[in-house]
Design a protein around this ligand. Sequence first.
Ligand code: T3D
Length: 266
Amino acid sequence: MDETPILVEKRAGYRVVTLNRPQRLNAFTEAMHRALMAALNDAEADPECRALLLTGAGRGFCTGQDLNDRLSRGEAKPDLGASLDAFYNPLVRKLRALPFPVVAAVNGVAAGAGANIALACDIVLAARRASFVQAFARIGLVPDSGGTWMLPRLVGAARARGLALLAEPLPAEKAEQWGLIWKAVDDDTLMSDADAMCAQFAVAPTFGLSQIKRALDASEENDLSAQLDLERDLQREAGASPDYMEGVRAFVEKRKPLFTGRKGEG
Ligand code: T3D
């Protein structure tokens, strides 16, 4: 079952990365963590890769840590802090820092760290059959992989507390209504919708989009004055990119822009 825990497909300008342990609803083992991080590093190093689509094989997206894995290896008292340091935290940091948009296509249940890894992606599309479960409280744990940081910011304090303490599944449509995700879509159009979005990103001004990611992430900590300074710095760099000039020329010439995605010289 674990021979290829991660599948990678290269498409024109983007990659599809599939969590591939469907019999366990794509729960994480160490091998899957290592393969996923390798796939993300590989995508980052490829200048042709301008977006990434993350999804799950089978009927689930991802159910977080594989709860059988350590028991079956006889690990009675694992250090979960060490596990977060080694695997989950670097994964969330990497997803946030990738210099192109990451789209999560949540095809089914997303539970525990699986839910929060989806939420760490830039855009979350979810099939109507999907749900998001902060399953941690059911087994005496704390929402991790950024859950306690993202939930209150996305849905507000009251709903964050309810989701974390009650650990009830939140259906995709309600997740959209609450602002937890971008959109709930029909089950059978999820992948074509996510593909279309990545194809759009694959011809977008990628460097500019990476600056947007940086600005929005920094805004979580900055006051307005610091954010204005950051916007100035990022805008200076974006304005020096060839894609900015191409965008302006295309607008004036009433044609479609042809973006390189690159930062440009200097
Ligand atoms: O440990 C650390 O390193 C620290 C980090 C922790 C991060 C975490 O993610 S902790 C939270 C771990 N995840 C969970 O607690 C969720 C466990 N899963 C569930 O509660 C349920 O599977 C769901 C509510 C998500 C879905 O329920 P349902 O009824 O749709 O499916 P199911 O029958 O429970 O699951 C189908 C199979 O997948 C089943 O196996 P079986 O009986 O057919 O052989 C089930 O055991 C397996 N499975 C699902 N999730 C996991 C899993 N096996 C191992 N680990 C899982 N997380």
